[in-house]
Design a protein around this ligand. Structure first.
Ligand SMILES: [Zn+2]
Length: 236
């Protein structure tokens, strides 16, 4: 079900309504894909209308924010795209006996062959995990040597809201979606985490170390901030 909300600037906004048996009360969820109203199964349509009206300002603001992000990342709403090494690729899902993926730079297309179409997201996740593991396994020892900083071990994890982390035991975790970023941005993330071995906080001293090994770190940081919502850490 959809709800059409007239905005003060004369435009209208579509809000999709989703019911959930777990929802206790009405709430709104905003993401790069739009605004969704989540309602308990026995919700009253009038109070939903009222609720949405009362949140009109917030809805207008959040929609503006996400449409800005979509534009900056050059991302249309309904495109089937994924990022790989900083480039946008279209992707296709093909049913096959085994799972594998082919990347065509010339067609700008990644084809995922999957035994079961319904679980294609899991396959994409595994694919990202393998790509990220390969890159980190190559770059981490190299950058660790250059920076002369020793880590304990690393793992590739599914993390919803962070790109990487460093523990007190010097164990480094990297988000499995990191292979979506350009190579120099991945290097920045590795340098950032290695620098945490020396300085745990984000003080001036910390950023000085990062800058020494990545003079362009500010633009790499911005790339991640701009693209995190479109790469869809939450979606996969
Ligand atoms: Zn940090």
């Amino acid at each position: 079900m959809n709800l059409v909300l007239p905005l003060d600037n004369g435009s209208t906004l579509n809000i999709s309504v989703r019911t959930s048996s777990r929802a206790k009360r009405l709430r709104l969820v905003s993401s790069i894909k739009g605004v969704v109203a989540v309602a308990p199964e026995n919700y009253n349509p009038d109070s939903l209308q009222e609720f949405v009206q009362s949140k009109k300002d917030w809805i207008a603001k959040t929609s503006d924010y996400y449409s800005g992000l979509r534009q900056r990342a050059g991302h249309a709403e309904s495109e089937q795209v994924i990022y790989y090494l900083g480039k946008k690729f279209e992707f296709k899902i093909i049913k096959d006996r085994t799972d594998f993926a082919t990347v065509s730079e010339s067609l700008n297309l990644i084809t995922f062959h999957v035994p079961d179409r319904r679980s294609y997201k899991v396959q994409i996740q595994w694919w990202y995990r393998r790509q990220t593991a390969q890159i980190i396994a190559a770059r981490l020892p190299e950058l660790s040597r250059q920076m002369n900083l020793q880590y304990n071990k690393f793992s590739i994890k599914k993390q919803k809201s962070r790109w990487a982390s460093c523990s007190k035991k010097k164990n480094l975790n990297f988000n499995l979606l990191l292979a979506a970023a350009p190579a120099d941005v991945i290097d920045y993330v590795v340098i950032h985490e290695l620098a945490h071995i020396l300085v745990m906080d984000h003080s001036k001293r910390f950023w000085k170390i990062v800058e020494t090994f990545d003079p362009d770190f500010k633009s790499h940081k911005t790339w991640l901030e701009d693209h995190s919502p479109v790469i869809g850490i939450e979606d996969l």
